[in-house]
Write a protein that binds this ligand. Structure first.
Ligand SMILES: NC(=O)c1ccc[n+]([C@@H]2O[C@H](COP(=O)([O-])OP(=O)(O)OC[C@H]3O[C@@H](n4cnc5c(N)ncnc54)[C@H](O)[C@@H]3O)[C@@H](O)[C@H]2O)c1
Length: 245
């Protein structure tokens, strides 16, 4: 028996990086999957590789899009057990050069997207008798950093919203937790940091390397499964020791 047998798991930003690694791992553990992303080509190709997976194009900042996606997911699988709120963007700039456009784009995807996902998933999980919502924050949601006010602000918001939702949804058996990765070797990090910068981050991390997408997916698997049945409103750090000292 695999740990996600019978569970229906909805993943945002599933076309690449951490979301794609989670999709593969969850599928290997018996999950039925609703994969969503803006990138239809890569997302649909991944869904086609996996045993019981559907792909839906979803911009997480689109309220009506969430309703349509949830309807389509329930029409296909009839229930929802897990939501991995993973989609996000990372743009860095000094405070003085952070435009309202960049700030609001980050808020809409990283914060509003997570809020909409939790709001739209909760009724289906309540109907299923419980569930697990997993929100991707970051170590950027645990401490401050330079040139990072938009991204870090949204990741602190995800951490806070996770706790509010955990309290509201606990009576329905719905658990809500946040994951806080350090540097993860995905296209997101490569787009914002050159190889030298990524090397410096790895060297400054006690475990001496960046995380793989699989490292973070493994933590998401724990939170998706019943192995984490007594954890809610909590912060799960996956940072190679970056925040220890
Ligand atoms: N990579 C890191 O170092 C790192 C560290 C801490 C936290 N995180 C968080 O982990 C999550 C996944 O990051 P990743 O490294 O896999 O990123 P990534 O850029 O490799 O993948 C992100 C995916 O999200 C999708 N996406 C972007 N905007 C979207 C939108 N509006 N609607 C739907 N999908 C959208 C992209 O198409 C892409 O497939 C993010 O929330 C990120 O902030 C990443």
């Amino acid at each position: 028996m695999s740990v996600l047998d019978g569970k229906v798991c909805f993943i945002t930003g599933a076309a690449r990086g951490i979301g794609a690694a989670a999709a593969r791992l969850f599928a290997a553990e018996g999950a039925r999957l609703v994969l969503t992303d803006l990138d239809e080509t890569a997302g649909a190709a991944l869904a086609a590789e996996l045993p019981e997976a559907m792909f839906l194009t979803l911009d997480v900042s689109d309220e009506a899009g969430w309703r349509d996606a949830m309807d389509a997911a329930l029409a296909r699988f009839g229930r929802l057990d897990v939501l991995l709120n993973n989609a996000g963007i990372f743009e860095r700039a000094p405070l003085s050069e952070t435009s309202v456009g960049m700030f609001m784009r980050t808020v809409r995807i990283n914060q509003l997207g997570v809020f909409l996902g939790m709001r739209e998933a909760a009724p289906a999980m309540q109907a299923a008798g419980g569930g697990s919502i997993i929100n991707l924050s970051s170590v950027g949601g645990l401490f401050g950093s330079v040139n990072n006010i938009a991204y870090s602000g949204t990741k602190w918001a995800v951490r806070g919203m996770t706790k509010c939702a955990a309290l509201e949804l606990a009576p329905f058996g719905i658990r809500v937790n946040s994951i806080h990765p350090g540097g993860v070797d995905t296209p997101m990090l490569a787009a914002q940091m050159d190889a030298a910068m990524r090397g410096a981050v790895a060297q400054g991390t006690p475990l001496g390397r960046l995380a793989t997408a699989g490292d973070v997916a493994a933590m998401a698997l724990f939170l998706a499964s019943d192995a984490s049945s007594y954890s809610t409103g909590a912060e799960f750090i996956c940072d190679g020791g970056m925040t220890v000292g």
